[in-house]
Design a protein around this ligand. Structure first.
Ligand SMILES: [Zn+2]
Length: 127
């Protein structure tokens, strides 16, 4: 993707700190391939910076937003890390998605906004 175009996409999607590789449009969904590459990780358990990359996560599709009635998913590519001090392992990108969640934090926010106007069951059906 061209640099300026990539920047625009990232601003629109609230993904400024991430690398957007490509955007694919399907019939009723948009999938954005995002590479999470964090240079300076801090252990979320003990705050150590004594970490190493431990492998990669299987990329999953995570609901991120809605655009023109289509769901926007992130295909998130991220590493696993291990802490040399406390031996815990964890994923990159936790500021984007809570562990084990199928929604990004942004999608959670947007869903809450929708709740203000509509019934919970209706929003749930759409999700
Ligand atoms: Zn640690």
């Amino acid at each position: 993707m061209a640099k300026s175009q990539e920047n625009g996409t990232k601003i629109l999607l609230g993904l400024k700190d991430y690398k957007v590789e490509e955007v694919r449009e399907g019939e009723n969904r948009i999938v954005i391939k995002v590479i999470v590459e964090i240079k300076k990780m801090i252990c979320p358990y003990c705050r150590s910076i004594n970490l190493y990359r431990h492998g990669i996560c299987k990329p999953g599709e995570i609901l991120h937003s809605w655009s023109n009635g289509k769901r926007v998913y992130l295909e998130l590519h991220r590493h696993r890390w291990r802490c040399r001090d406390c031996r815990h392992t964890f994923n990159e990108g936790n500021e984007l998605v809570r562990p084990h969640s199928k929604l990004t934090r942004q999608a959670e926010q947007e869903a809450l906004w929708q709740l203000k106007d509509r019934s919970f069951s209706q929003v749930k059906r759409e999700l």
